[in-house]
Design a protein around this ligand. Sequence first.
Ligand code: PMP
Length: 351
Amino acid sequence: MSKYWSPLAASLVPYVPGEQPKNKKFIKLNTNENPYPPSPKALEAIREAANGDLRLYPDPTCDALIRKIADYYGVRPEQVFVGNGSDEVLAFSFAAFFNPAEPILFPDVTYSFYKVYAEFFGLKAELIPLNERFEVPFEQFERQNGGIVLPNPNAPTAILAPLDAFRGLLARNPDHVVLIDEAYIDFGGESAVKLVHEYPNALVVQTLSKSRSLAGMRVGFAVGSEELIEGLNRVKNSFNSYTLDRPALAAAIASFEDEAYFRQTVERVMLTREAVTDKLRQMGFHAADSGANFVFITHPKVAAKKLLDSLREQGILVRYFNQPRISNHLRVTIGTDEEMDAFIAALQTIL
Ligand code: PMP
């Protein structure tokens, strides 16, 4: 606490990101990064951008990337917004669409940044508990609200919900935005992007950090009706009109141009995920089917904290969850086959 801080700064409870170790000795399975590099075409585009006009500001309207994303998803460019990682797109969405007069709804448990943003923007939040199978209870979201935020698949549970559940919610909530955070949708889920043609209140947010291996470049985007995208642009242009830098724009465009590489790496991660889930179940872990690039696990006989600490001693980082609704769990990012073999071998020394 400092006397120089505003009441806002003093009141904040900031998000704590997963550990990013400064040396490379760890196998990193703690922040849901992709174990494979970005497309070689994206890397080449970054080199070209770096050799190009970095002294000039980037395109403030991000036209070329927006057109690329619009083509890719079969929507109009006026229906696409891009930002510095989906975290920024989420922040702008909270500012643009949610009204402090009514509570916004999101699940308990979910991506913990939602709560941080709600507090930052002075919004009331109502947290809707997951059911006993850790699924999102869609019927519980049918209540008075000022907007809804739902990730699909949810994090950290990795559980996917069917698109029909979103259709119902969107139809019965026409006066408020339903934000669907699809950070992990490419790992086997069906995207809600197609719903933006039917529902003007649907905002679908995605990222290039996971399935496209560009976490280090910070690129996220939203697809929605023109009026929602216009709302996001109002917020963006009142805050920082140059959101994406030149290398990030170039890398993102090139990534969408390399569909074969994208499919190949996503499929690789999904195959590894299925093999690892089988092995973990054979070892006595409970693991729900995952629709993401991570698995969420607990062992009935061994404390997750013990596993976390011992894995760390063996050079492997995973994320530990011990909250009232999800106690004694680990979230483990899917790495390469070699990394996951090392993870399983490390577990075998503990169990
Ligand atoms: N949404 C969810 C559900 C996430 O897990 C993450 C990654 N931590 C993000 C959004 C943000 O991703 P990024 O800012 O890298 O696009």
